[in-house]
Write a protein of this length. Sequence first.
Length: 136
Amino acid sequence: MLETRRILLAEPDYLLRRTVVAAARSLFDVEIAETSRYENAQSLVKSHRYDGLLLALDDGDQALTLVQQLRAGALLPAHDCPVVLMGYDPDRRRAEIIQVLGVQRFVHKPVKVRHILESLVQMAPLRAARTTTVAG
């Protein structure tokens, strides 16, 4: 039996973040920690184990720095978890870094929530959300 999967979502856009969280929670038995700031994401990764990270590739390199620290083992215990990045087409330097870091998937912005949900399923086996029925 699959256990509840824990995912960390770091995305500065409030509406996108809330939409992804609501959709994922309604479809899957998943626990999603969310933040809009990479400083918070770094703290969360240092103190919790996640089955996957979903990170927005920002204008700076904060997301890539977080993944580099993760892969280097500086943010144990979750150094080996799958990572999905979301963003606009990366330049050549970033594309090379993304490849070296072993990012599982890159979701191009503007994103479709369906593509993010597909990424979550690829990241960690997810169990369908429990549904309750009302006897009538």
